[in-house]
Design a protein around this ligand. Sequence first.
Ligand code: SF4
Ligand code: SF4
Length: 400
Amino acid sequence: MGTIDRREFLRIGTTGLVGIAAAGPVAAAVETPRVRRRVKLGRTGLEIPDIGFGSSRLAGEENVVAHALARGITYFDTADSYTDGASETTLGRALRGRRDAVVIATKTQCSPTTTAAQLMRALEGSLRRLQTDRVELYFNHAVNDVARLRNAEWATFAERAKRDGKIRFTGISGHGGRLAECLDFALEHDVADVWLVAHNFGQDPGFLEQFTKSLDFVAVQPDVPTLLRRARAKGVGVIAMKTLRGARLNDMRPYEAGGATFAQAAFRWVLSGGLADALIVTMQTPESVDEYLGASGWTRSARADGALLARYEARNGASQCRYGCNACENACPAGAPIADLMRSRMYAEDYGDVSLARAALAEAGPRASACLTCTDARCLGACPYGLPIAELALRAARLV
Ligand code: SF4
Ligand code: SF4
């Protein structure tokens, strides 16, 4: 993966960039931030920006959506569970009059026993909140169990919804410990046009060997990158999420230099890796929209990116659960969903979003509160990355 320094762009000017123009957005640092590259989302043929709008924490901030639109963002990702439906409602209001210019993706959870009628009701609720008669993409949300993908009711529902013009394409989203298993099944049975998956620099063996001298969850789920490659070869659209690996952005401000930020470095890692068509990221302020779009158009890493990513890893690796890892799955005699608890802690403490954490805990089920009464902490030492599971899980469980 080649690298180029952003300041070099500015120093040599556009005339010196003929041979490398495709590598990144020429003069990006001196122009208004905006979308600089649009991609075809696999076989769907949908055209979307390389960086899309994630709205898991949206609850009334129509101005942020308007700002994103003005910057050229035309892909909006939401879910029926985000902010108790307020995310969809906000998007519905903010996108009024712009519906034909944007691609909307929303999601619902299909369990192994959910019926087609229940799924249709969930979709209709989303359409009502979004003030539209159709969405381009409808995801089976947060799949982490092949049994959910085997439920034939999803296909029955999808066929009806497509026939009625309520959805155009279906997808699956996932970031759990059984992600690889689910992706493998999805590929084999061709159950989705698009995958939305956790994908970040923590998955790069080259990065981890160079900077941390150990493999991350690539070692635990080594098949994920291969599956993404195979999916793209089959025309499945791939969108990356969780690209910031925990999003402790403020920790990194003192180390950012030359106008490039940690977030931009993390996005460039995804956009230059060839395993995803595009990425989405939660956008909460006009400033964050502008910061994130600083990476739009880049198809290579910049020279300083590796050091920034490595510093982030060194600072945060000890408290961050690895997406897609489930190595501690059987470590808790009470069956506490440890990976879900770790993710909830991250939402509450690193993102500062307690309601998102509570929603994740609710989805995780009643065993999420087991740590509150646990006395022997048998999970001690179960994490190969050294996470103090009992301590972190208890902090999350207290939110229940
Ligand atoms: S706590 Fe450790 S072992 Fe458990 S899922 Fe997270 S990274 Fe993997
Ligand atoms: S603290 Fe106790 S209940 Fe919680 S994960 Fe560890 S062993 Fe399970």
